[in-house]
Design a protein around this ligand. Structure first.
Ligand code: GDP
Ligand code: MG
Length: 395
């Protein structure tokens, strides 16, 4: 199963959130989704929506971006399935080997252990072994189908072998005999994005739901889910192992959790909230941001934030950044973490000025700019510390 967690962590670790960082994040998400066999059309829909969400906020924070991705994926993955326990006739169809017979047995177990009398019948006359397989797995195998019965029925069918149209016609004639309430398409997770084409080829049968099997063994599971969701076919159950109780009603939250690599949505929330708190504004975080800006053009970085500067302003900024660096280099680790202690100490200011090759007035001025930026930062609580500072240098 695809996990976007490494990409998200890398993104969260970026000291500066500019257009380059956002662009790189989106590109990596795209790449990872395409590799997980999510249909390209859907991948671009997701990232285009993300881009448009981001552009709605002039200064989007990392939290805002991750939450937006979370919400978009949640919408794409659709609603959880609430099993219907009224007696129904459920016909399973799907390719040979997709897991129909196994799923028939699993559904029998699922319903009968919940007190719903359930019978299983097989219309698979092409593979007599399939009937034997079922008889071994379920207690209530029925040799004959009784359309008038008031029980739940699970109807197994042959898989595709031979020519396409002959196969579909055969399923249609079974469908007529059975008159099912539901026709569920069983799809192996390894089908990935081809699940979409596959589902189209079964359309004539009036598919009312899809079951995705073998999600335990496929890196393409995300692709199959999203391809089916994209066709607006409800996903009803999910098979996650060879054992008879390895089946669960579809729950997009589980899937989302796996995709994002967090244990559950509330853990994701915790991670984001922690991040809010960890956004300390001090010279240590500053230094990290300065490191990231090294060798890059200030004008480019700022224009990514919608701030335009002229050559003169840009030179003034470069000069200030250089002085800030020299100042931070002359600070003790404690001073970097707690800039407040410098402000009230003439001897510290003197020492830092000397170490940085600046005069004391310059150090005081720069400290003032720093605290101004910090106040603004605390008000909006985003992570553009250094950008805030640059804005202040500009004027
Ligand atoms: N790992 C795993 N294997 C599965 C799952 N569902 C079915 N299988 C295996 O897939 C193979 C084909 O299953 P079967 O039910 O015979 O497919 P059918 O041809 O569609 O009836 C069997 O070896 C099953 O044990 C699943 O959810 N996980
Ligand atoms: Mg079978």
């Amino acid at each position: 199963m695809i996990s976007l967690r490494p990409i998200i962590e890398k993104f969260l670790g970026k000291p500066i959130l500019d257009q380059t960082a956002i662009g790189e994040f989106i590109l990596e998400i795209q790449k990872s989704m395409l590799l997980a066999d999510i249909p390209p059309k859907v991948v671009f829909e997701i990232t285009n929506r993300l881009k448009s969400d981001i552009s709605k906020d002039r200064f989007p924070s990392k939290q805002y971006i991750i939450r937006s991705l979370y919400n978009i994926l949640k919408e794409v993955l659709g609603e959880p399935y609430q099993p219907d326990f009224r007696p129904r006739k459920i016909m399973l169809v799907g390719l040979y080997g997709s897991g129909k017979t196994t799923t028939a047995a699993k559904l029998w177990k699922y319903f009968s252990t919940r007190g719903i009398p359930t019978r299983v019948v097989s219309f698979d006359d092409e593979r007599p072994a399939g009937k034997e397989q079922l008889k071994q797995l379920v207690r209530d195998y029925s040799e004959v189908y009784n359309p008038k019965s008031n029980e739940m029925w699970i109807i197994d069918t042959p898989g595709k072998s031979g020519e396409e149209q002959r196969y579909i016609d055969k399923l249609k004639s079974i469908r007529e005999r059975v008159s099912p309430d539901d026709v569920w398409l069983v799809i192996g997770a390894d089908t990935g994005k081809y699940a979409e084409k596959l589902a189209e080829s079964f359309k004539e049968l009036g598919i009312t739901g899809a079951i995705i099997t073998k999600i335990d063994g496929s890196g393409k599971a995300g692709g199959a889910f999203i391809a089916i969701r994209n066709l607006k076919i409800p996903i009803v159950f999910v098979g996650h192992g060879e054992k008879i109780d390895n089946i669960s009603p579809y729950n997009p939250d589980d899937l989302l959790t796996k995709m994002l690599g967090f244990i559950n949505p509330s853990q994701l929330k915790e991670v984001l909230d922690d991040l809010d708190e960890s956004l300390e504004f001090n010279f240590e975080t500053y230094l990290k941001q300065l490191e990231q800006m090294r060798g890059r053009n200030i004008e480019d970085i700022l224009s990514g934030f919608g701030i335009n500067v002229n050559v003169e302003q840009s030179m003034k900024m470069q000069d200030m950044m250089r002085k800030f660096r020299a100042m931070i280099d002359s600070m003790t680790p404690e001073e970097r973490r707690k800039p407040e202690i410098i402000k009230s100490s003439d001897s510290r200011i003197r020492r830092i000025a000397k170490g940085a090759g600046l005069n004391e007035l310059e150090v005081r001025n720069m400290l003032n700019k720093f605290f101004e930026a910090k106040r603004a930062f605390n008000k909006i609580k985003n992570d553009k510390g250094i950008i805030n500072l640059l804005k202040r240098i500009k004027t």
